[in-house]
Design a protein around this ligand. Structure first.
Ligand code: GTP
Ligand code: MG
Length: 473
């Protein structure tokens, strides 16, 4: 089933030439000359993980019509830069060998468990066994010829782009007009890193390079040495900011209200609450429009502060929650295609700078919202978009407020706080007051921690002074 999601990823990103995966992992190989997002690793890895999970959740029902998706899945991703085509070849050989080793082990393990052994007994039996011994065990004890098991399990799945002829339209006589299109095809091959498989596929050696020798031995450490892990500086505030990818189009297609769609914003907020409930180390989140910033506590050890793991897990969890909860907020609107978000992590070395960052985002919210409110009021009143733009050029806050008041009778400051202030999500302690049995006086009882959404002013220092626990180290 996963192949369908992977094909969707390949269709979405033209620069991905090849994908290989098994179990719960997939590797996507970008062509050597790709300029996708200027090769910014964080953008690329977060987008791919986000889009993948988005398709996964969107298509879940097609594959499991009887099974409810019980919680929002997420995927971790990272970028591995292969210095040469030989490294890529060694990398692919390594992943496929892992597929084989894991599958053979798991097939034996589960056959033993089915035959009555406990899991630890089964592990004990398999300890130290070689490939050949495992095949023997399967054959002699269970009559299974390992080689006859489905290729999907033994070899994993490989998808690559190839040119196929497709009918794009018909001419006036009804004759089909065909064009060559790049499409993803799925294959299973015993050795995807082998010369014969690779060099036969035109797109692979054209986009990625030729394999000139066979991989003789797989050296895991050599391949892993190309995995660059960016660790976030210790004892700094880490902010993971996610942003909707092409939400200009997404909001048009889904007919979001202009300039602000309250339901869309509340869906974003609900996903942010889910993130805070999922990741205890995230202490605060601020969101506006299609973006959300998540602040990790200063001494967080989340994923050992590996930037790629933190960003991809947050962004993919947020995305899958967004898709799952869409119906709750838009019961009458179909989700037309899988949305995706990109993410990045930035370290802020001091409390002061962190507050400056938060203030910057809220100032941005204010400026954009005021501009957009004026812009859409002008457009709704009959101006073209260019005229409205021209009209607002160089205007200051006060002039915009005047315009809204005089022309449209709108008091800017009376517009909903969620639009003007954005949304903040944080935990606070709710003190349940209970009455003492003997008298009428109240005493403090249990403190329940609740995640709340508010639309407060986070530019003013008083918010932080009133809620010192949020950023307490
Ligand atoms: P990238 O982030 O670079 O991929 O582009 P983008 O299209 O997502 O634009 P950007 O993130 O700069 O801005 C977000 C866009 O989402 C806005 O410009 C709006 O077009 C749209 N958007 C966000 N929230 C709303 C909303 O509540 N209503 C409407 N109508 N549009 C919204
Ligand atoms: Mg965006």
């Amino acid at each position: 089933m996963v192949a369908i999601f992977v094909a969707a990823v390949l269709e979405e990103y033209p620069d991905i030439t090849l994908a290989y995966g098994y179990s719960d992992e997939y590797s996507f190989v970008f062509k050597k000359t790709s300029r996708f997002y200027q090769r910014r690793a964080s953008k690329i890895q977060s987008l791919v993980a986000s889009f993948f999970v988005s398709v996964y959740v969107t298509k879940w029902k097609e594959f499991f019509p009887q099974k409810e998706l019980k919680y929002a899945p997420s995927f971790c991703s990272k970028v591995i830069s292969c210095a040469s085509v030989e490294v890529l070849q060694a990398y692919l050989a390594w992943r496929q060998r892992d597929c084989h080793t894991n599958n053979q082990y798991n097939t034996c393990l589960w056959m033993l468990v089915r035959s009555g052994k406990t899991k630890s007994e089964a592990h004990e039996i398999l300890k130290g066994t070689q490939k050949q011994q495992k095949n023997e065990l399967l054959f002699q004890q269970f009559g299974i010829n390992y080689k006859m098991l489905p290729e999907l399990f033994r070899q994993g799945s490989c998808l690559y782009k190839t040119k196929v002829e497709e009918t794009v339209k018909h001419d006036e006589n009804g004759n089909p007009i065909k064009r060559l299109r790049r499409r993803a095809i799925l294959v299973h091959s015993e050795n995807i890193a082998g010369k014969s498989f690779w060099n036969e596929q035109l797109s692979l050696h054209k986009d990625l390079g030729h394999f000139t020798v066979e991989v003789s031995s797989i050296e895991r450490d050599y391949v892993r040495s190309f995995e660059f892990e960016n660790r976030l500086l210790p004892l700094t505030w880490v902010v993971v900011r996610i942003d909707g990818c092409h939400f200009h189009r997404f909001s048009e297609v889904h007919e979001f209200e202009k300039p602000n769609d309250e339901k869309a914003l509340k869906l974003m907020n609900s996903c942010a609450v889910a993130v805070l409930e999922e990741v205890q180390d995230i202490v605060f989140a601020y969101g506006v429009s299609d973006e959300y910033s998540f602040v990790l506590k200063k001494d967080s050890k989340f994923y050992n502060r590996h930037a790629s793991k933190i960003v991809s897990s947050v962004v993919s969890f947020f995305t899958s929650t967004y898709v799952i909860r869409w119906r709750e907020f838009f019961p009458h609107k179909e989700l037309k295609y899988p949305p995706s978000f990109d993410g990045r992590a930035v370290c802020y070395p001091s409390y002061e700078i962190l507050l400056d960052y938060m203030a910057w985002r809220q100032v941005d919210c204010h400026i954009n919202n005021q501009y957009n409110t004026c812009f859409w009021m002008l457009v709704k009143s009959g101006k073209t978009k260019t005229e409205a733009q021209e009209y607002l050029k160089g205007t200051q806050t006060r002039e915009k407020n005047e315009l809204l008041r005089q022309q449209f009778g709108i008091e800017y400051n009376s517009l909903p706080l969620i639009f003007r202030m954005g949304s903040s999500v944080f935990r606070c302690k709710k003190q349940e007051a209970v009455k003492e049995e003997d008298g009428g006086t109240c005493k403090k009882a249990e403190e329940e921690v609740v995640t709340t959404t508010d639309h407060c002013n986070i530019i003013e220092r008083c918010f932080w002074e009133e809620h010192p626990h949020i950023l307490a180290a």
